[in-house]
Design a protein around this ligand. Structure first.
Ligand code: ATP
Ligand code: MG
Ligand code: FE
Length: 340
């Protein structure tokens, strides 16, 4: 089964051709990072317009790189939720059009479930139950995973997402956009124990997350408790900024790993799945691996390959294969939804 996957939920226009959920024939991603850089974040209207410009060339390029024509495609899959509605609608409209024109089934994909599918790309089978953590620009969500198609939400962020915290703290530290990769790079030269930033655990039993207090703590550290002091970041040397970046990153990772461990204990997990843009972070990957190794019984960590952590369409086409096999098809009444 060969699927054309399409992804337009945020600021990446992506298309991919994947056979049987695992054989990646092509993956094309048109990133809009440059367009949004000067605003320090994704501007929905600009994202939507860029998707409209990019969607056709990106799909054509994915088909051409895979050396397939419409007759080789068995289904068209689209991430229709969650995301920015005016961005999602571009991909949904394109997918519905192709599905109708080609007479091929349409498959609706949840973008967050697709992020987790990235962790399963190279797996024959997994030991269940699994606890699954999506850490991305807009979400920090823990799931009980019974199968790639059967995810029950255990907890999520009550304020900022993990990736959002990286991006906001990078702005405070005047590091280049997007913030996640900038902080990771600088943190490598810093001391993660230099500053003891708060770790919000939200009570003993909670599987929810909160990162806004941590972000505020970084802000106070740079501006003083009353926020009346001068912004010290301009006077800091690179070493001091690196220490803040490393200490902040350690606090985020600490919470992510501890909550995942807590969830694993709760559901008796045998496997941990990790996906989403922040899962590209090497220090997070190592810390999660260490927790899984030490756990009794040991947990198996499945983490998305780095190039499939941030938004892409391979994860969409791959998950679609499982939905098709389960008979879960959409139709031309499909609409985008901002929530997921
Ligand atoms: P969502 O999936 O919730 O709709 P999104 O699609 O915008 O949001 P992704 O593309 O999955 O998010 O991930 C982007 C986020 O990942 C950004 O916040 C970015 O800063 C963060 N990120 C990317 N690489 C790294 C890294 N190496 N370390 C930490 N964070 C990172
Ligand atoms: Mg993005
Ligand atoms: Fe995403």
């Amino acid at each position: 089964i060969t699927v054309l996957g399409i992804e337009t939920s945020c600021d990446e226009t992506a298309a991919a051709v994947v056979t049987d959920g695992r054989q990646v024939r092509s993956s094309v991603v048109a990133s809009q990072t440059e367009l949004h850089r000067k605003y320090g974040g994704v501007v929905p209207e600009i994202a939507s317009r860029a998707h409209i410009e990019n969607i056709y060339p990106v799909i054509a390029e994915a088909m051409s790189q895979a050396e397939v024509g419409k007759d080789d495609i068995d289904a068209v899959a689209i991430a229709n939720q969650p995301g920015l509605t005016i961005a999602l609608v571009v991909g949904v409209t394109a997918a519905k059009t192709l599905s109708f024109m080609w007479g091929k089934p349409l498959v609706a994909i949840n973008h967050l479930h697709a992020h987790l599918q990235s962790a399963l790309l190279n797996e024959e089978r997994i030991d269940l139950p699994a606890v699954a953590l999506v850490v991305s620009g807009g979400h920090t969500s823990l799931y009980d995973c019974e199968s790639p198609l059967d995810l029950t939400l255990l907890g999520s962020t009550i304020d900022d997402a993990a990736g959002e915290a990286f991006d906001k703290v990078a702005t405070i530290l005047k590091l280049p956009y997007p913030g996640g990769p900038s902080i990771e790079k600088l943190a490598r030269t810093g001391d993660a124990k230099a500053i003891r930033f708060p770790r919000s655990m939200l009570g003993r039993d909670s599987l929810d997350f909160s990162f806004s207090g941590l972000k505020t703590a970084v802000l106070y550290h740079c501006r003083g408790q009353d926020m009346k002091g001068a912004d010290r970041v301009d006077e800091m040397d690179e070493r001091e900024i690196a220490d803040i970046a490393a200490s902040f990153q350690a606090a985020v990772i600490d919470v992510l790993v501890r909550k995942t461990k807590r969830a694993a204990g709760r559901i008796g997990a045998r496997t941990v799945l990790l996906g989403g843009g922040v899962a590209a972070n090497g220090t997070l990957r190592e810390a999660m691996e260490a927790m899984c190794r030490r756990h009794r019984p040991p947990l198996r960590l499945l983490v998305a390959p780095k190039q499939y952590c941030t938004d892409n369409a391979v994860m969409v086409a791959s998950l679609a294969y499982h939905k098709i096999k389960a008979g879960l098809l959409a139709d031309l009444t499909l609409e985008p939804s901002s929530t997921g």
